[in-house]
Ligand binder design. Structure first.
Ligand code: SF4
Length: 286
């Protein structure tokens, strides 16, 4: 059986679902490759993350196309595929990728997670997808909201596995014991949090204080800043700068994918272009 894979909007960032499908089909003895114009495929899997991404414009020779991913509003794989160890060769990964938990107990109005994934629940043990690697990119939406997630972090710290919580850690859940646990973790990337509203600012400041007091030592602390209203985003960005936390601005898109305004895009460019951000203030940039 010939299997073709199409990563519609991954831009070379490893697509976890495709890696799992690849592993599962290879275990069945099937031939798997990224689809190309010359291939003939019994089944073609197309995966898309963002609903606003354009579909792949090419036509592939196949009898059966299956579309999945949050971009197609279809986000589940059968259990035997969902829990297969990913095929890391597909993207030449040097770190493992996976989820320890799925879902989130919160319901932030702008976020797709509550609708698409539901409440927080255990998903996997780290060994399900580690595959002998020394580092892992963990894509959990709110790992600290789960006892299972915290137990897995304890194991990760004990075994010296280097990690990146690439969706960020919830600052509201970082208290002194969690900061102490995180001080034992080896970091693959900056420690990330989110400051999506003014109400989050004191929570982020308190988390940063606790983390620094506990000696949590990633290279940098990094904070996602959702940009809806520019005045609010500016207060958050400057407050983060003042405590030596790197802001990363993300322009708000509603669930229909309406493009951000020109001002939101300019603001994000100012914040995210570090040479500009360090040299001029927003008022001058405008
Ligand atoms: S805490 Fe994060 S993952 Fe959970 S609903 Fe809010 S934005 Fe989404």
């Amino acid at each position: 059986m010939n299997i073709g894979l199409v990563d519609v909007d991954g831009h070379n960032y490893p697509n976890l679902a495709l890696m799992k499908l690849s592993a599962w089909h290879k275990n069945c003895g099937h031939s798997v490759e990224f689809a190309n114009m010359f291939g003939q495929y019994d089944v073609l899997y197309a995966s898309k993350i963002f609903s606003w991404s354009a579909d792949d414009e090419y036509c592939y020779a196949t009898r059966d196309t299956k579309r999945g991913g949050t971009g197609y509003n279809f986000n589940t794989l059968p259990d035997e595929i969902e829990h297969a160890c990913p095929d890391y060769e597909l993207y030449h990964c040097t770190s493992a990728y996976g989820f320890l938990t799925r879902g989130c107990p919160n319901k932030c109005s702008w976020c797709f997670v509550p609708d698409k994934e539901g409440d927080i629940r255990p998903h996997a043990e780290i060994d399900e997808f580690l595959d002998g690697m020394k580092s892992a990119v963990l894509m959990d939406n709110n790992v600290l909201a789960s006892d299972h997630g915290i137990k897995q972090i304890e194991q990760i710290a004990r075994r010296g596995i280097r990690v990146d919580f690439n969706q960020g850690l919830d600052a509201r859940l970082i208290d002194a014991p969690i900061a102490k646990l995180l001080s034992r973790v080896k970091w693959l990337a900056p420690l990330r949090m989110a400051c999506d509203s003014l109400a989050m600012l004191p929570r982020v400041k308190s988390a940063v204080k606790l983390l620094r007091a506990a000696g949590v030592t990633p290279q940098r602390y990094f904070c996602y800043v959702l940009v809806t209203d520019i005045d609010s985003a500016l207060v958050r960005v400057e407050s983060l700068r003042a405590i030596n936390v790197d802001p990363f601005a993300q322009a708000f898109r509603d669930k229909k994918g309406t493009p951000p305004t020109r001002e939101q895009k300019d603001f994000c460019r100012w914040v995210n272009h570090k040479a500009i951000f360090k040299s001029i203030m927003w008022e001058q940039y405008v």
